[in-house]
Write a protein that binds this ligand. Structure first.
Ligand code: PLP
Length: 386
């Protein structure tokens, strides 16, 4: 049996009729940009995240850039970002005109902590972007307290954490503003690109909506009173998201069952070390990430066995050419982890048999890589081929 890394089909099949109807309703109404379909989803997503306002935008990267701009963060401002994130988090800080300051992450969870932030604060620090990576939620208490004390804004990049919770509170409800991506493979995904930001700050929400709509004043569509751009959530995507959002908790629950099965299967195998999840976290398990020795060979072996894997991410942000200048020092935890991590198959309704196959495949791959390296070591010692 082959196991794909991601399969969107079982979740989509469950609500195929609703998805088809949603699409048909939009094409029948012929309202494609803005309008009631988009407003309905925005209201639903704000409520789901426990927030006053939601502004739909073109994608998750724009959501970060527009959140920063709407918060008045730009040239001359520093924004602290973990080096272990998808490149978009860093990219958006730069396109907003601010300067990212890349910091290391915790060795157990691979997430940013208050200590990493505290060490990077300067008089120019305007904000920190905490990234709820892999479906986890960054433990927020110490970070929120530090940010309050030092007067810096907290922005959550929740692109991988739709519906995740920490101490019962949902991802996206902690910071001044939180951003989401609805890229098809995310836990809540559209049928194309989409994104949103959520906040309780009415002025920030209004400004964000204006920026994403050519700087058009909320009160006068012919007045462009701030510099804007075009980044809007379209009605087809909003309709798909509304059709899906009621299933999100069930889909996340099925991911949690799969993650628990992986945990159990890998328990006691010291060479397979799942990335730890902070206490009191209900992860959305966007990804199931394991640290292994000999990662390249392990992946080759898994590929041979027909088990799809990914790496999130093979190079930490500060080691990509456009971003080299944004780390003040080596970031050893992120650098080491990037060489060891492998993401196993994970999606809503992955079956028990698929998880069993993938975890058995991983253990088999680790064993053959271990045996091969023992052979190599023996060859080196004896000076002859065995
Ligand atoms: C996917 C993702 C983004 C970017 O979202 P897009 O919709 O692809 O622009 C940003 N941050 C993180 C952590 C992501 O996983």
């Amino acid at each position: 049996m082959t196991v794909p890394f991601v399969d969107l089909r079982p979740a989509h099949d469950e609500i195929r009729a609703e998805l088809d109807a949603a699409w048909r309703d939009v094409t029948a109404s012929n309202g494609y940009i803005g309008g009631p379909t988009v407003e309905a989803f925005e209201a639903r997503w704000a409520a789901y995240c426990g927030r006053q306002h939601c502004v739909g935008v073109g994608n998750g990267t724009d959501a970060i850039e527009i959140a920063l701009a709407a918060a008045g963060i730009g040239p001359g401002d520093e924004v602290i970002v973990p080096a272990n994130t998808f490149i978009a988090t860093v990219e958006a800080v730069i396109t907003a005109g601010a300067t990212p300051v890349l910091v290391d992450v915790d060795d157990e969870t691979l997430l940013i902590t208050a200590d990493h932030i505290a060490a990077a604060i300067t008089p120019r620090t305007a904000a920190v972007i905490v990234v709820h990576l892999f479906g986890q939620v960054v433990p927020m208490d110490a970070i929120l307290e530090l940010a309050r004390e030092r007067g810096i804004m907290v922005i959550e990049d929740a692109a991988q954490a739709h519906g995740a919770r920490w101490r019962g509170r949902i991802a996206g409800s902690f910071g001044h503003v939180a951003t989401f991506s609805f890229y098809p493979g995310k836990n809540l995904g559209a049928f194309g690109d989409g994104g949103a930001l959520v906040t309780d700050d009415a002025a920030l929400a209004t400004r964000a909506r204006e920026i994403g709509n050519h700087g058009t004043a909320a009160t006068n569509r012919y007045q462009h009173h701030v510099l804007g751009r075009n980044s809007r959530l379209d009605a087809l995507q909003a309709a798909v998201l509304s059709a899906k959002v009621d299933r999100l908790d069930a889909w996340n629950a099925s991911r949690r069952v799969a993650a628990a099965q992986y945990d159990e299967a890998l328990r006691g195998h010291a060479s397979a070390r799942p990335v730890g999840i902070a206490p009191e976290t209900e992860s959305a398990h966007h990804l199931y990430v394991v640290r292994v020795p000999g990662r390249a060979r392990v992946r080759e072996e898994l590929d041979r066995l027909g088990i799809g894997t990914g790496i999130h991410y093979p190079t930490p942000c500060h080691l990509h050419p456009p971003y080299l200048e944004y780390a003040r020092e080596a970031l050893p935890v992120a650098e080491q982890a990037s060489m060891e991590i492998v993401s196993l198959p994970m999606f809503a309704y992955i079956t028990e048999a698929q998880v069993a196959e993938a975890s058995a495949g991983l253990l088999q791959a680790l064993e053959s890589v271990r045996a091969a390296s023992e052979d190599e070591a023996a060859r080196l010692v004896t000076g002859r081929s065995l």
